[in-house]
Design a binder for this molecule. Structure first.
Ligand code: PEP
Length: 258
């Protein structure tokens, strides 16, 4: 854990237009800024609010992230936003979130193309993997996660992979209030790290693996203490100012060995 700076990202999903997003980021800024020496922090608003949040956080160490990006640089792709267009506006891009896979039919091939484009434009990628409940119940969790890792990341160069964060998000835990147990989270995060080691070698020791799925102020520390978990991707709880601050504080305390 010592060789990895933990990373907490708030996925605001389809919430907060520019004015609200700016107000929220300004309220969080002084509370989070002091924690950035121990924890990397990113706020991920909807596309339309990225410039406003970028402005609210200008000059701070808090990062801005997008929730998706398209892999073509420009052209007739109505409604899409290119990784190329996000360069300079944000630092991170979430790729392959289960809501994109589930509701918008995003495939592992697209996850790869998007990750490649994001990295090619100098951004960092948070690549999400996770099994659905029937897959877990059928004992297929390890196979599903390995498959998502190989098809989503297997074609990257090591130099590109160095800018990837992996978020383990069991689909059945997202937005359900039913988080994974620490044992389940560690088992899969350990498997992710082992597989990344096979794919990319020793550099994978430095890869941050976040846990995501109903993280809240009450359960977050149990995840932050796990050997292969280096922070969290937080959805619902990242929309509540005090709760998100407590989650990041908790991560900072665990990193400090408190
Ligand atoms: C997410 O959107 O990535 C997520 C983990 O959501 P929640 O924390 O609400 O489960």
């Amino acid at each position: 854990m010592a060789e990895r700076v933990p990373f907490v990202a708030g996925n605001w999903k389809m919430n907060f237009g520019p004015a609200m997003a700016s107000q929220f980021a300004l309220a969080l800024r002084p509370q989070l800024e002091a924690l950035t020496s121990r924890v990397e922090i990113a706020l991920c608003p909807p596309f339309i609010s990225i410039p406003a949040v970028g402005q609210a956080l200008d000059g701070s160490s808090i990062r801005v992230g997008a929730q998706d990006a398209y892999y073509e640089d420009s052209g007739a792709f109505t409604g899409e936003v290119a990784a190329a267009q996000l360069a300079g506006l944000c630092d991170y891009v979430i790729i392959g979130h289960s809501e994109r896979r589930q509701y918008f039919g995003e495939t592992d091939v697209e996850v790869f193309l998007k990750a490649k484009a994001v990295l090619a434009h100098g951004l960092r990628a948070i690549v999400c993997v996770g099994e659905r409940l029937p897959e877990r119940d059928a004992g297929r969790t390890a196979a599903v996660i390995r498959g998502q890792l190989w098809s989503g990341l297997g074609g990257l160069e090591v130099s590109e992979f160095e800018r990837v964060v992996v978020a383990y998000e069991p689909v059945w835990a997202i937005g359900t209030g039913r988080a994974a147990t620490p044992e389940q989270a560690q088992e899969v995060a350990g498997l992710v790290r082992e597989e990344l080691q096979r794919m990319f070698g020793p550099v994978s020791r430095k890869t941050r693996i976040q846990y995501g799925g109903s993280v809240n102020q009450a359960n977050c520390a149990t995840f932050f203490r796990l050997p292969d978990i280096d922070g969290a991707l937080v959805g619902g709880a990242s929309l509540k100012e005090q709760e998100f601050v407590v989650i990041v504080q908790s991560c900072a305390q665990v990193a400090a060995g408190v």
